[in-house]
Design a protein around this ligand. Sequence first.
Ligand code: SAM
Length: 283
Amino acid sequence: MLSYQHAYHAGNFADVHKHLLLHGVIDHLLRKETSITLIDTHAGRGVYSLAAEETSRLHEYRHGILPLWESREELANHDELLSDWLAAVAEVQPNDQRLSHYPGSPWWMGRRLRSQDRQLLFELHPGEHEHLAGQTLDGHVRTIHGDGLKGLVERLPVRTPRLCVLIDPSYELKQEYVEVADTLSTTLRKARHAVVMVWYPLLPAGRHHELLEAVKAHGLHKVWRSELRLHEPGVGERGMYGSGMLVVNPPWGLDQRLASAMARVAPLLSSEARYQGDWWVGE
Ligand code: SAM
């Protein structure tokens, strides 16, 4: 039985990186009228209360969304993506002056869903799925209690002309790094133009290299990499020191929008934080 629950980490620095990128991608894709299917293979519970017992245990959001929230007026004047993103975070606060909730990926993906679009959310943990299903009211959104990697592949090709996928596992099982790369490859074989995002942790053990190398070995094209490092890992360190994402078929201009937003975000997270975006595999 898997034990990971995202509520312990909601709103941390990795969520900030992941959801800013996700927001940039969705914002771009919804500029076109053509219908789209949005699939979140590892959805979590949706919107998180920062006062929840699990979240209060580690308070990771204090080193993630909180410093950005506290600087939101100044940030709003400097960067469009960031300003838009922080305004969206304000939408889930019952009192818009106080940060009390943080929205997860199902919310970021689905917040501007139109009548022609569809959203599919997979979640394997029964308790997390129950929370998610309780928050999902829109008729165009389906939540599925099951394995997101298998479920994604089984549903391809989708009925809409366009597809966007987020793969955001907890990597509790070591084989997940390679399974994610295999699923990515199968997905792109069945839906060549899909925009697919994959999140991975930067840990001192360096297992994310297995994912990156497997992606290369599968011969995928147009794979853009976005990495935020809080610091370089010291000897004997075990915790997550950075957050990485791959985006296959990224929308035009995403690299520059992210670089500009992250140049403002990184110093608020850590004085040593560094951001880098580059092509992992090009054209
Ligand atoms: N995507 C969420 C967000 O950004 O708000 C966070 C997801 S969290 C990192 C990973 C989630 O995947 C957990 O809720 C976990 O229960 C779930 N999970 C683990 N293995 C899974 C699987 N094989 N299929 C679907 N969900 C899974």
